[in-house]
Design a protein around this ligand. Structure first.
Ligand code: B12
Ligand code: SF4
Ligand code: SF4
Length: 353
């Protein structure tokens, strides 16, 4: 079979598995991305993140992912869904990021597995990489002609916006690659930059992770004081630079998204009263630093300080409980919430945040 016919066949398999788009590219080094990773690391914009920043040279060398690697088959799976309205909950609710409402990475893996199985049945080697430290997914999607880099740094698919998770199958098969890159279609728009609650998009296409809420909810240590109010009701993930993006809004208007089957909201009362094991059981699929439940509680306490009704006895009881916590992170974030909510009597003199 010709490499062009194989590309067609794999694309058809991916689309039949529910992918929104499938593209192919070479395994040459992603030189621009490698340079960007090194540069951002040197400038500290990576905020000490590991992931692809741990070893930029490895993350941008797809030829090293598999002996004899020749091609990357890249898939995009949509996570565009309509959100449910928040449930009634006395102590308030926290908002979950759109990309984890449902197990999208699992759905993407299943779809890419079908692509990989087709290749292995024909005698080729394959390896699936999704959100893996060994490959920068956006660089692969861009080179495979799937979309353009938006100013918010996400890959946007023409007519379909940016709400996609991305992954690849690396293989030793020779498959016809995309011949054209998708041209930039942001034009003069700057909505993502203007609507970022923490001014984290420091130049077109560059996010300073020290300021990005999507990273701060996943980072160890204290939640930075200067960004606690900006966190609003987010417990995990941040969608503002996408939910305000015209291509996403236009797509939703033209074709309303399906309702989600997953959780959009979590009640703060529930989150802040579950024990460690139950918390990890419920939210363990998220990236939680060191798998330490205290970080989920830290985020929840900041949200409570932002959205809690100070007249509610449930809110007060939660704050009181964590002001007495033996964990210094839980305690200090509860003290911050107490201050926001005006429970000054819960703060011992000279012992506030
Ligand atoms: C580290 C990381 C993060 C970090 C840093 C993100 C960042 N923008 O730097 C944090 C934790 C903040 C993060 C947040 C999110 N992430 Co993330 N993240 C990753 C991860 C693990 C590595 C990304 C990486 O190495 N970037 C390296 C830098 C150098 O690349 P870049 O930012 O894309 O930079 C390019 C552009 O700047 C472009 N460029 C250069 N010059 C110019 C000039 C102009 C004008 C423009 C427009 C572009 C441009 O070239 C650069 C190099 O290629 C990938 C998974 C993976 N293994 O790849 C997921 C990934 C990028 N994340 C993803 C998602 C979904 C998110 C969130 C939406 C999740 C959420 N709702 O909270 C947010 C979005 C925040 C944002 N605006 O980027 C998806 C993106 C899908 C898509 N459609 O693009 C990925 C691919 C995961 C996946 N497998 O699906 N993420
Ligand atoms: S994810 Fe949120 S904080 Fe990060 S760049 Fe986008 S809007 Fe800003
Ligand atoms: S909001 Fe505007 S500038 Fe930002 S990614 Fe979307 S189209 Fe591009």
């Amino acid at each position: 079979m010709s490499s062009a016919a194989l590309a067609q066949e794999l694309r058809a398999i991916g689309l039949a598995q529910g992918l929104e788009d499938v593209g192919v590219c070479s395994v040459e080094v992603f030189a621009d991305t490698r340079a960007a990773l090194h540069e951002r690391k040197a400038d500290g914009l990576h905020a000490d993140m590991q992931f692809t920043y741990r070893n930029p040279d490895r993350a941008t060398a797809p030829a090293d992912l598999l002996p004899g690697a020749r091609s990357l088959v890249v898939g995009a799976l949509s996570y565009r869904r309509a959100q449910s309205s928040p449930p009634e909950a006395e102590a308030g609710v926290a908002r979950i990021g759109e990309y984890v409402w449902e197990p999208y990475y699992e759905q993407l893996r299943n779809a890419l597995r079908a692509v990989a199985e087709h290749l292995t049945a024909a005698g080729y080697r394959t390896r699936i990489l999704i959100d893996d430290n060994a490959l920068v997914d956006r660089a692969a999607a861009y080179r495979a002609g799937i979309g353009w880099y938006g100013k918010n740094s996400n890959i946007l698919i023409p007519g379909k916006g940016s709400r996609f998770v991305l992954g690849s199958v690396v293989t030793d098969a020779i498959i016809e690659p995309a011949t054209e890159l998708v041209a930039d279609a942001c034009g003069p728009c700057r909505r993502c930059i203007e609507n970022c609650p923490t001014d984290a998009i420091v130049s077109d296409g560059t996010v300073d992770s020290n300021r990005c809420l999507a990273w701060l909810v996943q980072a160890k240590g204290d939640f930075p004081l200067e960004f606690r109010k900006a966190l609003g009701d987010r417990i995990y993930g941040c969608d503002d630079c996408q939910s305000t993006c015209p291509p996403n809004l236009l797509h939703d208007r033209a074709e309303p998204p399906p309702a989600t089957t997953g959780d959009v909201w979590v009640a703060l009362q529930e989150l802040l009263t579950l024990d460690d094991a139950a918390l990890l059981e419920r939210f363990g699929v998220w990236y939680i630093p060191g798998r330490e439940p205290r970080y989920l509680r830290r985020n929840a306490l900041v949200v409570l300080g932002n959205v809690g009704d100070s007249a509610s006895s449930e809110v007060r009881a939660l704050v009181e409980r964590y002001v007495a916590s033996e964990d210094p992170i839980e305690k200090s974030h509860a003290e911050w919430a107490a201050e926001q909510l005006g429970y000054l009597d819960l703060l011992r003199a000279g012992d506030g945040p």
